[in-house]
Design a protein around this ligand. Structure first.
Ligand code: FEO
Ligand code: CA
Ligand code: CA
Length: 648
């Protein structure tokens, strides 16, 4: 059987057409029909080739085809945000706002580590809503769990210092601005407000939060340091991108680009091969290694092995210790989403966000018990990690990363399961997994039983590296694949199966620009097209909400990052519509619905991160727009003015 990564094609019209045909075979019947009507399909079709059916597809209004009831907004890059008419946007919490009781008022000119450890951190990404009381579906009162991925020193500190040139005090603030925040929130007269002095309110930081390391790699020699001779605990968490929730009501936060915080030359450590595979280099993005020996790999050579994991935390137990679950593997975790399989085992889907890296899933050995929360506590410590291999014929195989089975054996440098997990990427390389176009969030859809995986972009893919699951060279706009477990729809789907099928859900890009080679619904507008899909959420009708992060391509593409939504089944499949537009420079993160779907929490990350934007002269002052105040990352709550469900 030919696998996707072996189906190399070279540039040229004939082979492009071949790849186009392969992709069409991987579009479901309905989408394939629609794709046929999409002008500019790899240059193989044009509007002259459109038949009467196509014209009627165009004639039918978007409103007839999409179940999403909101009016699409114009995709304009501007200083403030925009939302569909009939909806309200309220800031719930911003960088610097009080989290813990004794936090001082935010003063951007008098920042300190002490203050930042008690205030909302920077660059909010994942947002999780956990109802109060635990186990309820209360949609008016709960805990909000938010990740803080990274810091922008040039927008945080007067004088706009580069990250590599901050002072020790500023580095301390950066460390305290990373991590996670838990706040209790309540809807008061229709507006979400933070409950001050709640015992649940807490900051978890890179600076001071002690975490336990558990699972097969815990206690391994490669995780031991002078500060932790046991290899079982670590201070802090880094680059917490997105995350997930477990069925037993704990939050998962991902450690993504942990490599950028370490200084020193990997070649001067015993872990050179390992560290280079994860992108550590002698040139650190941050200055932390100047001030802290634990971030200098020549002084503390094992410290990077203690990052790159998934962290589990119980927000309902305020003083509980976060746990790094090594069984889920070590890579640049975008996030981790869970679903209870029909047999009770828990399946965790995760992407490794790097060009040419892989898609993973983990299956617990134990079964989830909905009636005994305590019995689920250590479920994520034992199970099997798998990596995805896509085949051109529509099959998807999940390959086990299990020590002892060839090639994960001592002759390849793996002496235990701990070694396999510490070097998950190299183990997956040896298994022949399919290198993807930067895996971001993977979201199971409980309504139709399918799984949606976002691949944000990969302009480094060359024509001879194209395959069916990553069908475009220089993939500037990314794509979304639909993974199909056997067994049937909804809860009949067998997420624990080792063979799935897969389809292309959409190839992102502007369908009106033939150079993008986009594939989506023909009624997608100049405002609704997607570039660089990142986080995903599924609403209670099974519709897919897609956030985007174009990074430095925002200006070139000319569209705002934001929240788009589409049906996944029916005539509106892959018909993306723009619902919320970010202020300039920001990426969209965190989509999270309350159980009643009447609130959508969104995280606006790094507003003002445009080229040339600085603390003194930012491209936007969102959300305060006050003189002297730089832009501040913030979590917003969106509600419908008539009190209805979002998207109704
Ligand atoms: Fe932090 Fe993969 O985005
Ligand atoms: Ca992300
Ligand atoms: Ca991102």
């Amino acid at each position: 059987m030919k696998d996707a990564s072996q189906s190399k094609v070279t540039a040229g019209h004939a082979t492009e057409k071949t790849m186009s045909e392969i992709v069409d075979a991987r579009l479901s019947r309905r989408t394939a029909l629609q794709a046929f009507f999409t002008a500019g399909l790899f240059g193989a079709l044009n509007s002259a080739g459109l038949g009467p059916l196509a014209r009627s597809a165009r004639a039918a209004s978007r409103e007839d085809q999409s179940t999403l009831g909101f009016t699409e907004i114009p995709s304009v890059r501007q200083q403030s945000h925009a939302v569909a008419p009939g909806y309200s946007v309220d800031v719930v919490i911003r960088w610097g706002d009080k989290v813990v009781g004794d936090a001082p008022e935010f003063d951007v000119y008098r920042q300190s580590q002490f203050a930042q450890e008690r205030q909302f951190g920077y660059n909010n990404d994942f947002v999780g809503y956990f109802p109060l009381p635990a186990g309820s579906s209360n949609s008016d009162h709960g805990l909000l769990c938010v990740n803080h991925e990274y810091t922008n020193s040039h927008l945080m500190f007067p004088g706009s210092p580069r990250s590599a040139a901050v002072t020790k005090d500023q580095a301390d603030i950066e460390l305290a601005a990373h991590g996670h925040t838990i706040i209790e929130i309540k809807k008061v007269r229709g507006k979400w407000t933070v409950v001050e002095d709640s015992p649940y309110n807490r900051r978890i930081t890179a600076h001071q939060t002690r975490m336990r390391i558990s699972g097969p790699a815990a206690g391994h020699a490669r995780l031991k340091t002078t500060a932790d001779p046991t290899g079982t605990y670590v201070i802090g968490t880094l680059n917490n991108c997105t995350g997930g929730r477990t069925p037993w009501g704990t939050v998962l936060f991902a450690e993504e680009n942990f490599n950028g915080y370490f200084g020193g030359d990997p070649d001067n450590t015993p872990e050179a091969r390992n560290y280079k595979r994860y992108g550590l280099s002698a040139k650190s993005r941050y200055s932390w290694s100047k001030y802290y020996d634990r971030f200098n790999i020549e002084k503390t050579p094992n410290e990077p092995n203690r990052f790159g994991w998934m962290v589990e935390f119980d927000p309902y137990t305020p003083n509980s210790t976060p746990v790094k679950r090594t069984a889920l593997g070590r890579f640049k975790h975008e996030g981790a989403t869970t679903i209870v399989n029909k047999d009770g085992r828990v399946v965790v889907y995760a992407g490794d966000d790097e060009a040419f890296d892989y898609l993973y899933k983990f299956i617990t050995h134990g079964r989830f018990d909905p009636n005994n929360r305590e019995s689920n506590r250590e479920l994520l410590d034992s199970g099997t990690l798998f990596v995805a291999k896509f085949y051109e014929n529509g099959e998807l195989n999940w390959l086990p990363l299990v020590w002892g089975a060839k090639p994960l054996t001592p002759e390849n440098g793996f002496d235990s399961q701990a070694d396999v997990l510490i070097e998950t990427r190299r183990a997956a390389d040896l298994l022949g997994a399919t290198p993807m176009d930067r895996p971001e969030e993977v979201e199971p859809n409980p309504v139709n039983g399918r799984v949606y995986a976002a691949f944000t972009n990969n302009t480094g893919r060359k024509p001879d590296q194209v395959d069916a699951a990553n069908p475009r060279a220089k993939n500037a706009h990314g794509h979304i694949l639909e993974l199909i477990p056997p067994g049937g729809r909804g809860s009949d789907a067998d997420h624990a199966a080792l063979k799935f099928r897969w389809e292309v859900f959409l190839l992102a890009g502007n369908p009106k620009d033939s150079s993008h080679h986009a594939k989506c619904h023909p009624a997608v507008t100049k405002d609704g097209w997607v570039s660089s899909p990142d986080n995903l959420a599924v609403d209670n009708r099974g519709r897919l909400w897609i956030s985007t992060d174009q990074g430095s391509s925002q200006a070139k593409n000319g569209i705002a990052d934001g929240m788009r939504a589409t049906d996944v089944d029916g005539p509106g499949r892959a018909l993306t519509k723009l619902f919320f537009a970010c202020p300039t420079g920001a990426e969209m993160c965190g989509p999270e619905f309350t159980p009643d779907n009447k609130t959508l929490f969104l995280a606006v990350q790094h507003p003002g991160e445009d080229e040339g934007s600085t603390f003194e002269k930012p491209s936007t002052g969102w959300p305060d727009f006050k003189s002297g105040m730089p832009p501040r990352p913030a979590v917003v709550a969106i509600t419908k003015n008539d009190g209805g469900e979002i998207g109704s």
